[in-house]
Design a protein around this ligand. Structure first.
Ligand SMILES: [Zn+2]
Length: 577
């Protein structure tokens, strides 16, 4: 590849639209360009890197025995209606009509489509297990597309689906995908943290996310500083090592005037107490009935956990009228003492004494509330989010809060979709049973950007050798110097002959511009060919990740570059190879 014949529109300035480093660098290095909100074109070098990620994904799926297929992106809406997800995913699905006014959707995911396929093509236990995957474009109408490929409206995903005869088989399929994912991300040069996750709208029984830690990540997680426990915030459990005790714990509840003070900060300030001394009382409506959820003042209600604790289908915060009716007070003054609706109390409030709560009366709070003495608790349950400093649920360690980007997700789906769509098989005993499913996703375009988010410096991208758009850049410092031109040309040929992908920067540009672009684009190795070195019969070999520069005799340059590159690739090999 000659730079002058390529389309590599590098930018000196940081584009205003890009907020996080990886997005800025993908634009600046000329890898992608924006068409509209959440819509990007891959330019030649961006596409080369993307194809390498896809190849790694494909190789690891095939190695694990999964079979590649390609399903349509355009679906008749009826398939989606069969599972009720036409309604459930209404907001994220792009809907279109064909010329006969038939309603169709652009697929945000493919559980329904693949299960419908298996329902038609698989009928006997002899055909199981089967694991099907595709690498394909998905469409989601994101409310706020941002961060480039991290949250786009159109993106490439590897989605895979396993069908087994029973739970044991499904567990094996799940393990095999879990391990394949570890290999995929290692080979892409990514350090991905595996966290326990909630199954959310997917249904199913358990799931893990592969997260890339990054301050810009949109997902919260906690990890233990002592053991391997890690979970996303929706799912994370945690413990309090001891119940806190606050001032005046021995006294009876006492009403204190707190005119106009509604927020935790305002009330805590008034009582000169930490926010944890407050008990927040939130009124929800669960399946049409009001309930109160109590959490410590320094924590938020985790509605996923609350809904599970209540066994409720629908859950929403009560409106002001309902709150007034249930508590007798305006919003901001609800408290648990004397409430006659069911009270779900966060397990971390067990043993709480000397707490401050709303008084169910405008402009008043109660102090010296003892949760077990003064409150009619319906149920203690874990209904709050874990926070930094909580105890680990698995060991004596402490949880640390982190942010991350989800690059992969594996789910045990169970039989929800196979029952709804009739993916049944005839067992050895002649009985019909639903296939036990798993589903497995990798955000391919997101993975590419996550690599850059994790691997860059102030000067640009630092590509892992396995997915770099090219492996070596040969940089001709002065294109007017005949001996340099000749040597650089020979080096490029020599590298190509041993199978190395070379980008040859032979542009008529100032050396400073070429050096800056080289660092920005960040190929793993760079060979500088210049007059001064050639006078001594040598070139410079520079490693992008370490900044280390070797002076190498011209005749051994190809060999040295090969050896260095092999080392860099080994660094991305899955463990034990
Ligand atoms: Zn632990």
């Amino acid at each position: 590849m000659r730079w002058s014949r390529q389309l590599i529109p590098t930018l000196r300035e940081v584009p205003q639209e890009a907020e996080i480093p990886s997005h800025q660098l993908m634009l600046r290095a000329g890898l992608i360009r924006k068409l509209g909100a959440g819509l990007y074109t891959f330019l030649p070098l961006g596409l080369r890197a993307l194809r390498k990620v896809e190849r790694i994904v494909r190789e690891e799926m095939n190695r694990a025995g999964a079979l590649e297929i390609l399903m349509p992106a355009l679906h008749p809406k009826e398939v989606w209606e069969q599972t009720g997800r036409y309604e459930l995913l209404r907001d994220v699905m792009f809907k279109v009509k064909d010329r006969q006014q038939r309603e169709m959707v652009l697929g945000p995911t493919h559980e329904e489509i693949v299960t419908d396929l298996v329902a038609h093509e698989v009928s006997s236990y002899r055909q199981l297990p089967v694991n099907l995957y595709q690498i394909q474009t998905k469409f989601r109408d994101e409310i706020r597309p941002r961060f480039g490929l991290m949250r786009a409206k159109e993106f490439i995903m590897k989605d895979g689906y396993s069908f087994d005869a029973d739970l044991d088989g499904a567990e094996k399929s799940y393990r095999s995908m879990y391990e394949a994912y570890q290999r995929v991300f290692q080979r892409c040069g990514l350090r991905a943290k595996i966290v326990e996750a909630d199954t959310g709208a997917m249904g199913g029984s358990s799931s893990h996310e592969f997260m890339v830690l990054a301050d810009s990540g949109e997902d919260g997680l906690v990890e233990c500083d002592a053991c391997s426990y890690a979970a996303n915030l929706e799912r994370a459990e945690s413990v309090l090592r001891s119940a806190p005790s606050f001032a005046d714990a021995e006294k009876d509840p006492e009403k204190i005037a707190t005119p106009g003070l509604r927020t935790v900060e305002e009330v805590a300030g008034f009582f000169q107490s930490p926010p944890a001394r407050l008990i927040k009382t939130l009124i929800y409506v669960a399946d049409g009935k009001p309930v109160a959820a109590l959490v410590p003042g320094n924590r938020d209600v985790n509605e996923i956990k609350l809904r599970r604790a209540l066994g409720a289908k629908a859950l929403e915060l009560a409106d002001a009228a309902t709150i007034a009716r249930v508590t007798g007070a305006p919003v901001g003054f609800a408290g648990p003492v004397g409430l006659s609706i069911p009270l779900v109390v966060d397990a971390k409030l067990r043993g709480y004494r000397g707490a401050v709560t709303g008084a169910n009366e405008a402009d008043a709070h109660l102090r010296s509330v003892d949760i077990e003495r003064d409150v009619k608790v319906t149920e203690f349950a874990d209904i709050s989010f874990a926070i930094e400093g909580d105890g680990c649920p698995r060991c004596a360690g402490t949880l640390r809060a982190k942010r991350g980007v989800e690059v992969g997700h594996v789910f045990k789906l169970g039989t929800k979709y196979s029952e709804q769509l009739g993916a049944l098989y005839l067992g050895e005993d002649g009985q019909k049973r639903p296939c036990v499913m798993g589903c497995y996703g990798i955000g391919v375009t997101r993975t590419l950007q996550a690599v850059i988010e994790q691997s860059h410096d102030d000067n640009g991208i630092i590509w892992p050798a396995t997915i770099a758009p090219a492996e070596v850049e040969v940089l001709l410092i002065n294109e007017q110097h005949a001996a340099s031109v000749e040597t650089a040309g020979k080096l490029v040929e020599g590298l190509k002959n041993v199978g190395i992908e070379v980008l040859f920067d032979e542009r008529a540009e100032r050396p400073g511009v070429k050096f800056k672009d080289a660092d920005l684009l960040g190929l793993p190795l760079r060979i500088n060919v210049g007059e001064r070195g050639l006078a001594k019969g040598s070139i410079e070999l520079r490693a992008r990740h370490s900044g280390e520069t070797l002076v190498v005799p011209v005749e051994s340059a190809v060999e040295t570059a090969c050896a260095r590159l092999a080392e860099l690739k080994r660094a991305c090999a899955p463990g034990g190879e």
